[in-house]
Design a protein around this ligand. Structure first.
Ligand SMILES: [Zn+2]
Length: 218
């Protein structure tokens, strides 16, 4: 692909950004803050730390082994069954589906820190001057500037051709939400009381996801 023919990535739709920022940033961080104050006062338990660490490790595996090594770089070969398992673990992170993640990441490697790189401050600018706009673009706004379908068709046709992955791709948000509920059930089982369910939703769900997002995005 020719660099000159690359379309700039900064086509933000204001409505999309407002809705996206509310649902992906404002509401989750508000829940994290309120929950943090609440559980700080109630006291943080060893069960909370165990649930957080286990589900954090699962999500970390989802980013590094599933979405990065396997779906983006095809660093190893595996069976169809394990591929499905990797897709499910990758979806648990709630950073779009592994199919979209891989297509952005392949595009990033195609144009590293050059015009065309989806999440670089220099995605459209050739003069390397950091501004608030370029910083915000590289940190999180890039997620709202994409034509996901086109990028996936261009950069992940191998995965798009697999019907079983298309089905999982369609339901990736549900898989992500399922893992939050699973964390609740896990801590409820550990504690042996219904209170554990809500603690698990917080520590193994919302806190785990936002902590990992911040490590990945920075
Ligand atoms: Zn890579």
């Amino acid at each position: 692909m020719n660099l000159q023919t690359q379309k700039p990535n900064t086509y933000y739709s204001i409505a999309k950004v407002l809705i996206g920022v509310s649902f992906a940033l404002v509401i989750p961080y508000l829940i994290m803050f309120i929950g943090g104050v609440y559980y700080w006062k109630m006291g943080i338990l060893l069960y909370d730390l165990i649930t957080f660490l286990i589900f954090y490790q699962i999500a970390l595996f989802g980013v590094s082994v599933s979405m990065h090594r396997y779906f983006s770089h095809k660093a190893f070969q595996t069976s169809r069954g394990f591929e499905i398992f990797l897709f499910i673990i990758g979806s648990s992170v709630l950073q779009y589906s592994p199919l979209y993640w891989a297509s952005f990441h392949r595009k990033h490697h195609r144009f590293p820190d050059r015009p065309g790189d989806p999440h670089s401050p220099w995605s459209t600018d050739t003069d390397r001057k950091m501004t608030l706009r370029t910083w915000a673009h590289s940190h999180f706004l890039w997620g709202f500037s994409f034509d996901f379908e086109t990028t996936a068709r261009q950069y992940a046709p191998d995965w798009l051709a697999k019907p079983h992955l298309q089905v999982l791709h369609k339901y990736h948000y549900f898989i992500g939400l399922f893992f939050i509920v699973l964390a609740g059930l896990f801590e409820m089982f550990l504690m042996g009381t219904p209170e554990g369910f809500f603690r698990g939703l917080y520590f193994g769900g919302i806190l785990r996801i936002l902590t990992l997002h911040n490590f990945v995005f920075f």
